[in-house]
Design a protein. Structure first.
Lengths: 115, 115
């Protein structure tokens, strides 16, 4: 099974709201990722967690706050977003093995609209 | 650094036509290479992959061969269907170095297949 699940599928929020995106995988993977994707563009990496520790933060604004409660779950907390943050947010996971060259498996994404 | 150059789109074909989407890469070491497909309104799905030189990845009638001498990983399908209409992303996963654990994506190619 190579499934990554994400909830919710769609989210509409105002600029003063606080919301969270959730991601889950049961493949025993130890690396998890958040990406942001604008229409017809490749995904842009936001955060990488490796063995539940934040290993990469691609200079993402502090209104995005990731959390990795355990090896299967990844959250993205959203606060005071801007309309330009509207996008498809994708979660992915990979084995996390030394040596790299890994396959990342993506979830279906959360389509976020900020009003 | 690593980079992936992908054939510009959009590409429009008639059903049963032959498809080629070109992909070349720049990377140190021996990366793994991938094709991901994104159907309208969905996340990225792994279409096929290859992990070493001369490997051929294949799935759903699509094929791509890892050519180290030309640093290429071109996607081909002998007879496309309307259901193949999607955006296709070529990507590489580098040899792990330090905290780097990132996929490098090409710009994506929009394929439309007409009946």
């Amino acid at each position: 099974d190579t499934e990554v699940t994400q909830t919710p599928k769609h989210l509409v929020m105002g600029m003063t709201n606080k919301k969270s995106l959730k991601c889950e995988q049961h493949m025993g993977h130890r690396a998890m990722y958040w990406y942001k994707q604008k229409a017809k563009k490749p995904p842009e990496l936001m955060f990488v967690y490796s063995y539940e520790k934040l290993s990469i933060n691609e200079s993402v604004p502090s209104r995005f706050s990731p959390e990795c409660p355990n090896s299967s779950l990844l959250n993205l907390h959203l606060h005071a977003l801007q309309p330009e943050d509207s996008a498809l947010y994708l979660c992915a996971s990979s084995q996390g093995a030394a040596g790299g060259r890994e396959t990342q498996y993506f979830g279906p994404g959360t389509r976020l609209l900020v009003l | 650094g690593n980079s992936v150059t992908q054939m510009e789109g959009p590409v429009t074909l008639s059903e049963e036509a032959f498809l080629t989407i070109n992909c070349t890469y720049t990377a140190t070491g021996y990366p793994s290479l991938f094709w991901y497909v994104q159907y309208p309104g969905e996340g990225l799905q792994l279409l096929l992959k290859a992990t070493k030189a001369d490997d051929k990845g294949s799935n759903k009638g699509f094929e791509a061969t890892y050519r180290k001498e030309t640093t290429s990983f071109h996607l081909e399908k002998g007879s496309v269907q309307v259901s193949d209409s999607a955006v296709y992303f070529c990507a590489l996963s580098p040899t792990y170095s330090g905290s780097a654990r990132q996929l490098t994506f090409g710009s994506g190619t929009q394929l439309t297949v007409l009946p």
